[in-house]
Design a protein around this ligand. Sequence first.
Ligand code: NI
Length: 165
Amino acid sequence: MFTRIEDFIAEWEKEAELTDRVLSALTDMSLRQAVISGRRTLGDLAWHLVTSVHYMSTLGLEFEGAELGASTPESAEQIASEYRRINAELLRAMKAQWSDDRLGDTIAIMGEEYRNGDSLQYSVMHQAHHRGQMTVLMRQAGLLPPDIYGPTYEGWVEKGMTPLA
Ligand code: NI
């Protein structure tokens, strides 16, 4: 759990940079890639990451999210730029509206009590979870995923090292 806002912001900024890297590597065509027919596409997952930043408004933060009910855009650039915009709004709102003691407050979410500091931790992990799904779909769509927590297969090869299988 996060107990200090500045710790969350430092972590979130690092993670958001990784997400931005993934979103910026998408092409319009790749957005239609699905793991199997009828399931969420790469575009849907990317857009879910954009809209889910605004879930943090359920913790009592006021900031503007994506247009309510907006469906997945067909432009990869639009998704990435909305992500950057909403992310900046989140951080601005948190710095302006919260102090550290808010992180210990609990809020009922779907019938269960969660401390805000835990919900923020969950948000970081939720983003990493979907980013991992997206890198698989990127491969299926013929795109090269960026380095995230370490080199990609191609990154190892470029360094003249044997990639881990
Ligand atoms: Ni999700």
